[in-house]
Every structure is written in C-alpha cells, then in structure tokens.
Write a protein that binds this ligand. Sequence first.
Ligand SMILES: *[C@@H]1O[C@H](CO)[C@@H](O)[C@H](O)[C@H]1NC(C)=O
Ligand SMILES: *[C@@H]1O[C@H](CO)[C@@H](O)[C@H](O)[C@H]1NC(C)=O
Ligand SMILES: *[C@@H]1O[C@H](CO)[C@@H](O)[C@H](O)[C@H]1NC(C)=O
Ligand SMILES: *[C@@H]1O[C@H](CO)[C@@H](O)[C@H](O)[C@H]1NC(C)=O
Length: 384
Amino acid sequence: MALQCKMGTFDNVVFKPFSLLILILLSFQLHADAVPRLSNFTTFVFGDSLVDAGNNDYIFTLAKADSPPYGIDFKPSGGKPTGRFTNGRTIADIVGQTLGAKSYPPPYLAPNTEAEASLKGINYASGASGIMDRTGFFFIGRIPLGEQVNNFEQSRNYMVNAMGENGTREVLKKAVFSLTIGSNDILNYVQPFLGHEKLFPTTFLDFMISNLTLQLERLHEMGARKLIVVGVGPLGCIPFVRAFNLLPSGKCSSAVNALIRAYNQRLKALLNRLNQEMGPDAIFVFANSYDVFMDILTKYRRFGFENADEPCCGGYFPPFVCFKSGNANTSAPALCEDRSKYVFWDAYHPTEAANVIIAKQLVDGDESVSFPINIRKLYFYNYN
Ligand SMILES: *[C@@H]1O[C@H](CO)[C@@H](O)[C@H](O)[C@H]1NC(C)=O
Ligand SMILES: *[C@@H]1O[C@H](CO)[C@@H](O)[C@H](O)[C@H]1NC(C)=O
Ligand SMILES: *[C@@H]1O[C@H](CO)[C@@H](O)[C@H](O)[C@H]1NC(C)=O
Ligand SMILES: *[C@@H]1O[C@H](CO)[C@@H](O)[C@H](O)[C@H]1NC(C)=O
C-alpha cells in the first residue's frame, strides 16, 4: 500500500539529480520487494512427531521430546529441547526456511499463539498421533488429526474476529497447509501386541483414507487451497521395526513396507480425485517421502552418511531410550560421535541431516517426488 502511494507520485517527478537518487533508491526498494516476496510465508502444519514443534510439551503424555539431547542442534533454542523429536530442525521447519520464512510457526498449545496466526501460521502437530483417533492410545496424551483440525477451526475463528471473513479467506488462500501423518496408524497396526482387533489390511487402509478425506474436506471448506499430504515413509526400515522383527542390519521388513506402499497408492489416488473435483481452485500435492527416504537409505554414502542402520541416540536395542539422565556417570546418553553422519536420530526419527535432504527434495523435486507440482511451485501459485 505504501509503495503504491509513492508510485502515484512518479508522474510529477522532476528529474533533478537528487530526485533521481531517490528514484534509484526507490526502485531498489521496489525491486527488493518484488523479486523474492518471501517474508510472508504462512503455513499451517498438521501431523505427528515428524513435525511436532512442541505441542506435546503442553499435554500429559509419554510421547515427549522435552529432555536433552533432543534439540541439541536446534540453533534458535541454543541446543535446548523444544519438543521436536530430532536433534535439530524438522522437515516442516526446513521447508519453511527454504522458502524464505523468517521464523517457525509456533505450536498451537504455546501461550499467545493465535495472535501470531495470520503472520506465520501455526503448528498443530502432535507426537504419537494418527489419522485415527485411537492411534497412540498407549502414550496416553496426543492430539489426533481430527482434533488438530478442530484446533485450526478455533484459530480461524480468531482470525475472522481480527480481519473479517474475507480477509481471512485471502490469507488462507495463499497459505500452505501440510499434513504429515499416518506413520503411527501403520505402526500401531503392525505391532502384534497392540490388538487393533485386527481388521483386514485393506479395510484398515480404507478407514485411514476415508478418515483423512473427511479432514481434508473440512480444511478445504474452511478455506485451505494449497495442501500437501506427505505419504508414509518406509517404516519397515526404521530401527524400531527392524528390532522387533529381529532383522539384521541393512534388512527392512518387506511386509510393513508393502502395507505402506499400498497406503501411499491409495493416498495418491485420493489426492488425484480431489484435484479433479476441487481444482483448479485448490491444489492437493502428494509428497512421496517413501521413495525419497528409501533412496537415502540405499545410497546413504552418496548422501554423505556413514550409518543408515543404527540410531545416533539411544542405542540399537530396545527399549531405545534416548535421554540424558540426571546422573551423568551411570547413564550418559548413548550419543553417536558425529550426528551429521547418521540417518536415524533415534529408533523412529531421522536426524536433521536426513531431514534437510528430504525437505529440499520435496521443495524442488520433480513429479516423482511431489505430484502434481512441487512445494516451491505450490507456494508461488497465484489464484485469481
Ligand atoms: C466479502 O466478499 C463477498 C464476495 O466476494 C462480497 O460480496 C462481500 O461484500 C465482501 N464483504 C466485505 C465485508 O468486504
Ligand atoms: C506475499 O505478499 C505479497 C504482498 O502483500 C502478495 O502480493 C503475495 O501474493 C504474497 N505471496 C504469497 C505466496 O502469499
Ligand atoms: C473412520 O474410521 C472408523 C474406524 O475406526 C470407521 O468406522 C469410520 O467409518 C471412518 N470414518 C469415516 C468418515 O470414514
Ligand atoms: C560422577 O563421577 C565423579 C568422578 O568420578 C564424582 O566426583 C561424582 O560425584 C559422580 N557424580 C554422581 C552424580 O555420581
């Protein structure tokens, strides 16, 4: 607005050297403003511990990343835990940063978050949560996807009060919504002792997809127009699953990975359908984290890693406890020497080093990684 006012005076500019200087300065400013347009990245993050930025620190739960060495490489906190389930930034953090975000969207449950809603977005993700309400029940507290969307509805009400329905719609139309969820549903299903009253696998996957569809439709109804759904990664290869299947290093559970590929296929078909039904006024992007992560695991040396088997923290055998005890002498954390050389941070989660590779692929990768367009194109897409 301010720029438009200044531009309005251009017709009357007398070209004295001094005004020329002002003009040059002004055009620099115009240029700087017009080219990157990066300061206003707004994103709403939904999901599980892969992207939780601290919500679980505010609830009673066994799924918490609130003690060292979690966060040891997270610069904004000076290496203190923030509730992120990794040593540094999550995939969502890195995607935002890559697109020029100046800060990370705060966790919804942190105090005063809603006042910041329209500026940088909000993170609703919760460790141990899933698409299905029941997922993660043995961790006690967690915020299932449906409840995360309820929380977004609250934030939206706040925004409508602050800037009206039309203003809110304008902001949401440009905002990037990401959902990184489904891993815990699958993990719960494949763990024999959790008794998911064993639905037939395809029935279970259909329930996941239909429950997810409901939440995507709710988000669309509330004004989301740029949505990314991250597929489930190859959990058959994470240290936790390999350990309970007694698999030797370098081997993955093919049964678990086959179930995940079947889920991802259904997810991709769902997003294609939604694009046909709701496009071109909304875009649903399928993010193929499975192939990206599998690529890292199989060619880990080419990506600069030295270990794609063992977690950096917590050791290779159950119970995989990754935390620093008060008594440093008896149980110092089993922490690897060079965190940048490990693919896995703990038995479930990638290191920041792996997250960086995944995030960059999702932002700038081709159609085999992000379909139908990558996240950078999604972010810069302009609806009329
Ligand atoms: C909001 O948008 C609608 C449809 O574009 C328009 O009819 C209405 O006047 C707008 N309301 C305000 C308060 O600007
Ligand atoms: C960023 O803000 C500018 C100016 O308000 C706007 O024109 C542009 O569309 C915004 N970009 C995105 C992706 O929201
Ligand atoms: C969600 O999944 C449950 C099974 O847990 C199923 O009974 C229900 O029909 C699903 N909801 C929707 C909207 O598909
Ligand atoms: C740890 O070991 C040091 C030296 O061996 C000792 O002085 C200290 O009291 C020990 N601390 C605890 C908590 O046991």
